[in-house]
Design a protein around this ligand. Structure first.
Ligand code: S3P
Length: 442
């Protein structure tokens, strides 16, 4: 695997000056995983441009190869020769990636293949029952470690369509069911009371799959998908990841004199909760040159230093910004007044317990922060003392958040381990430096 080894150990961020320039965010992680998986399931050759070449996505590529699919990188493009999948010889290892593990589980279940799924210590601690439960309802036979990895699929059982309601808004669970449904007998009907990111639905349509989506503001969305449909190869261009662009945007907002543009970022409304919240805080951000590419809305994001005020972030916004709370907490520390974030129960079971990691890190930087089981409140004082060594708990988003925090704190902020940044944003340090950020690798 490339990436994780490129940046390891401590990194220190210190105040330098205004951030200026035009940059790109890396390819969207959610779309990158889906492009590899759907391309591998399709008949024919698919090409993918601007794939995120972070560790999480490279693990999914490795899993597809282990399932018998040819995937090559050719002149910066990825070429996927879809094929009938075969049983892997070794266990499928997903490293740190919940998305990879959960989506591939759904796809493998629909193909009646025996396989073992595994991951690193963090992924082994995360719940898999949320995916296994609906797949078992469809007929999957699998053994697991009390709802955790490693999970072993027995293989051979043809799945049957289900009619089910998602207990929690989770695009990973929804996607696993949709991918399994493609290999099931009958038509699966899925009710999603609270909407989650819809990249799987959009991309399945691009691959020629027919799904019926009925939306109703009051009760959410119903998705119907008939089993046995074939996917036809197609070409995908992956837009920039709004969850990665969030760190660049935040850095510009909190650093006086800054004015940056991040080109070609996905602005799907189901991923835009962070930007909506920033606007409510008074942020000077614009979505410029809005356009469509590959069935997704994209834009260039312009972000300038702003005087920000604390806000209440409603619980129902969580699905559209679930990965952005760590960096929002940093922005909140630089705002005037309190920002209260609620509905955060899922943050406890991400790559780390993010509520706890943010609270400890901010407190160490001298910020007034409180938390409860599913909420976090940050009282901003428009400036941050810093001067702390922050533990990232091997979580890429905690690592990047506290490096951004150090870009304008009175004293530098150091993180204990930057290696996991490669899971989602391999060029983070270089991009920040190109904008003028002072990040030192001691
Ligand atoms: C993702 C869905 C979200 C998100 C994750 C990516 C996806 O997880 O946190 O980073 O690509 O479907 P949940 O489905 O658990 O909310």
């Amino acid at each position: 695997m490339s990436g994780a080894g490129t940046l390891s150990g401590r990194v220190k961020a210190r105040r330098a000056g205004a951030l200026q320039g035009v940059v790109h965010a890396p390819g969207d992680k959610s779309i990158s995983h889906r492009a590899l998986i759907l391309g591998a399931m399709a008949e024919g050759i698919s090409h993918v441009d601007s794939l995120l070449e972070g560790d999480d996505v490279l693990r999914t590529a490795a899993a597809m190869r282990a399932l018998g699919v040819e995937i090559e990188r050719e002149n910066g493009r990825w070429r996927i020769a879809g094929a009938a999948w075969r049983q892997p010889e070794k266990s499928l290892y997903f490293g740190n990636s919940g998305t990879g593990a959960r989506l591939v589980m759904g796809a493998v279940a629909g193909k009646q293949i025996a396989a073992t799924f595994d991951g690193d210590a963090s992924l082994r601690a995360r719940p898999m029952g949320r995916v296994l439960e609906p797949l078992r309802m469809m007929g999957l036979e699998a053994s697991d470690m009390d709802g955790r990895l490693p999970v072993e699929f027995i293989g051979g059982e043809r799945l049957t369509a289900v009619d089910c309601k998602l207990a929690k808004p989770s695009a990973q669970v929804k996607s696993a069911i949709l991918l399994a449904a493609l290999g099931a007998q009958g038509t699966t009907r899925l009710h999603e009371p609270v909407l989650s990111r819809d990249h799987t639905e959009r991309m399945l349509s691009a691959f020629g799959v027919k799904l019926k989506v009925e939306a109703d503001d009051a009760v959410g969305r119903f998705i119907e998908i008939a089993g046995g449909q074939k996917l036809k190869a197609c070409n995908i261009s992956v837009p920039g990841d709004p969850s990665s662009a969030a760190f660049l945007t935040a850095a510009a907002l909190i650093t006086p004199g800054s004015d940056i543009v991040i080109e070609n970022v996905l602005v799907n409304p189901l991923r835009a909760g962070f930007y909506e919240t920033l606007k409510e805080m008074g942020a000077n951000i614009l979505f410029e040159n809005k356009r469509e590419a590959g069935g997704e809305p994209i834009a260039d994001i312009r972000a300038r230093h702003s005087v920000l005020s604390g806000v209440e972030v409603p619980a129902d916004r969580a699905p559209s910004m679930v990965d952005e709370y760590p960096i929002l907490a940093i922005v909140a520390a630089y705002a005037h007044g309190e920002t209260k974030m609620t509905g955060l129960e899922e943050l406890r079971i991400k790559e780390s317990d993010r509520i706890s990691a943010i609270e400890k890190g901010l407190a160490a930087c001298g910020v007034d922060v409180r938390s409860g089981e599913d909420w976090l409140a940050v009282r901003g004082a428009a400036s941050v003392r810093g001067g702390a060594k922050v533990s990232t708990h091997s979580d890429h988003r905690i690592a990047m958040s506290f490096l951004v925090c150090g870009l304008n704190s009175e004293e530098p902020v150091e993180i204990d381990d930057a290696s996991m940044i490669a899971t989602s944003f391999p060029g983070f340090v270089d991009v920040m430096r190109s904008l003028g950020g002072d990040l030192e690798i001691p």
